[in-house]
Design a protein around this ligand. Sequence first.
Ligand code: ZN
Length: 471
Amino acid sequence: MRMLENISPKRVMAFFEDICGIPHGSGNTKAIGDYCINKAQQMGLTALKDAMGNVVIKKPASKGYEDHPAVVLQAHLDMVCERVENSSFDFEKSGIEIAVEGDYITANGTTLGGDDGIGMAMALAVLEDSSLKHPPIEALFTVDEETGMFGAAGLDAGLVSARRMINIDSEEEGVLTVSCAGGASVAISLALDKQKVNMPCYEVAVSGLLGGHSGVEIDKDRYNANILLGEFLKGVNAPYNIISIMGGSKENAIPAFATLKIATEYDLVGLAESFVSQKVKENEPDLKITVTKINNSNDGFSSAASQKITDLLYGLKNGVIKMSQSIKGLVQTSLNLGILRANDGQFTANISVRSSVNDEKISLINELKAYAAKFGATATDSGYYPAWEYLENSYLRQVMVDCFEQQFGKKPIVAAIHAGLECGLLSEKLNGLDAVSFGPDMVGIHTPNEKLSISSTQRSYKYLCKVLENL
Ligand SMILES: [Zn+2]
């Protein structure tokens, strides 16, 4: 018996349940792509795959809409695979175990993949339903959005002719997103002298921080554990050798922990106490720095090298650089020191840079390069993705705002976000693209607590159909 059989919109739920049953983590999207193509062929529609594995399905206009401009319905094929601690769930082999709890569809101990399975399911339901009124439709399902938007970046743009696009990859009903930040990765690396160490050795652990997503929480005044470690090191007022540093695990996450191994005669316990009492604050009440005596180490960074690491970290810019002048509350430009490693003569810092203004992003990258050079370090940038800049005149946005008001009796929120969306890359690929992103309410995406609202999916699907009828 199928879990979602009796829940409407029935065809959307049927496709969603199928999708949940097919393993489709990032990097593992061949089967889900083939599923979409098979479904399209059963519907008698043209379906294509490009070299990246992106899928494009074309449905002709309904009667009377033949001369209306075509519209892209876009979603991504891959999902984030996270499971609860101690779970042995195998995302390569098993379909998601879904459950219904009140208004929510949830998964048993794993991510659900509502992000972005529900986007695909809605698009497939539109493709299948011959009773709908709509312009020509091109459904575009991209691979590997979650790990760096590689599908959108490598899309064979010749497969898509439409220049209006509804991206179904947002998580808040009532919010239409129309602009997002672009980004890049900067890696600072430096080889430094090693030295025999002959002072007592300690492990210093920064923990208890909130962390968060560097595109969503960078303006929430949260501490970055890597930056705090630099400030802590600045307070060591006696000779020291850094043995190793390990902070953060993802470039686009605000690091919640960092660990330092250090050799020194200095009173680190006293320093940790005064440091925490100075730094602890209302929104970071659990900041902790623990100092533990460890076995003596033979090798560390030389004193000069250790000082250099401290100075480099201490002076590094981090967090919000500029707020938007035109959109209240929007972070325009920021950076996040996500990953920090120092060990065995090698220092690296991985930074995620974001801006909704492409020129500002480039000047911030250049500034980081010049800063690194002062220390004899190299900074290389990669993983560039463009901003999705706000379009002054958008027909699609107007139609989507009007339809929303008709259905809900209030205005939607038209928003710009500091996180990345594929719309930026696709705007660069598809010249003159007019795009809007929307989606039903989801909670806890990218975590094992992810859930999808059923009632919101019902309203959102109805809304999508209404928008298509009006395009
Ligand atoms: Zn997504």
